[in-house]
Structure formats: C-alpha cells, structure tokens
Design a protein around this ligand. Structure first.
Ligand code: SAM
Length: 169
C-alpha cells in the first residue's frame, strides 16, 4: 500500500508516520497478514500559483487509485481558483477509473464547490451522502491529557459531514 500525504504544513510528516503505525496495528488486531506500507509526505500550498504549476509536472507521483480531499475545500474557502487548477492537474495524472473522495462539513456551499471541482477535472460525481455522530467511546477528549490544558480549548467530538465520490472518466 502506497500513500502520499500532501499539505502546506510540514508537521504533517509526523502524522503520516502515525497513520502507518495505526494501519499496521489495526490489521494485526484483526488477524490480517502484515502489509508492506510505504509513503511520502510533500509540502504544497494549493493557494500558491507557482506551487501548483510545478506540481503538475510531477507526473507519476499522482498515479494513485484513490485520492482523498478531506476538509480541504472549506479551509481554502474563497481562494478556490488555484485549488481548481491543482485538482485538475492531479486528476489529469490519475488513471481512468481512479476514485476521488471528498469529505466536508455539511453545508450546501461545499456541495456546490465539489460539483465545480469535479466538472472542471473530468470526474463523474455520485450522489452526496451524509454522516453525523459522536466519537467512539474509546476515544475521549480527556485522552489528550496535558495537550488539552496547553491548548486551552475543547476539541471537537461530534461531526456533521457530507461525502461524495468522483470517478475519473
Ligand atoms: C481541517 S484540516 C484537515 C486535515 C486532514 N485532511 C483531516 O481530515 O484530518 C485542513 C488542512 O488543510 C491544510 N491546508 C490549508 N490550506 C492549505 C493550502 N493552501 N495548501 C495545502 N494545504 C492547506 C491545513 O494545513 C490543514 O492540515
């Protein structure tokens, strides 16, 4: 299994390593055979025209089967132009049939933006689905311990999300 994590914040490289450990542990707990997981992190600002332009030349970096844009569109908010170009370039490298999973807060403005991104990138979009709930009982805010005290703010323990799958044509 091969991952590529893309974000403008360098510290997410650490998250990539944590994600790899989590996947291995979960497979182990379920008695599944170990999986060879490899991955990279690259720092890209999708608001930066030059970052996005250069990114489009990276070719094989983006030949994945599954692409996930998770709470990215609502982060970018107004400055959507470069994100459109970014998504278009990434989709151009994707194999036909590759899946794009969009996850966002449940608001119609994000549905509209996802529709635009998909149309602009040659994807067929399935229907929107919705998910609402609370974190599992084994994952409590208090698990954050001293971090919770340091940050001085309560973390979010509920979600109200929409998600949708696009297929590269
Ligand atoms: C709400 S977080 C979601 C993080 C992760 N995808 C998740 O679901 O847990 C939004 C992420 O978008 C990143 N981000 C915001 N603006 C960005 C930009 N212009 N280019 C690249 N990443 C950006 C932030 O650094 C942050 O990690």
């Amino acid at each position: 299994m091969n991952f590529l994590l893309v974000d403008r914040i360098n510290e997410w490289a650490d998250t990539w390593r944590a994600a790899r450990t989590q996947i291995q542990t979960r497979l182990q707990k379920r008695g599944k055979p170990p999986l060879l997981i490899s991955g990279d992190f690259i720092q890209v600002d999708v608001n930066s025209a030059s970052d996005v332009r250069n990114f489009g030349n990276w070719g094989t970096v983006f030949t994945q089967d599954l692409y996930i844009l998770c709470y990215l569109i609502s982060e970018i908010f107004d400055d959507i132009g470069n994100l459109e170009e970014f998504t278009r370039l990434v989709a151009r490298q994707a194999p036909v049939g590759a899946k794009f999973l969009f996850v966002e807060r449940r608001e119609s403005q994000w549905e509209d933006k996802i529709k635009d991104l998909a149309a602009n990138s040659g994807m067929a979009l399935e229907e929107f689905r919705y998910s609402q709930g609370n974190m599992d009982a084994d994952e409590q805010m208090s698990d954050l311990g001293e971090i919770l005290d340091d940050v001085g703010r309560k973390s979010r323990v509920t979600w109200d999300a929409l998600y949708c799958v696009g297929t590269k044509q």
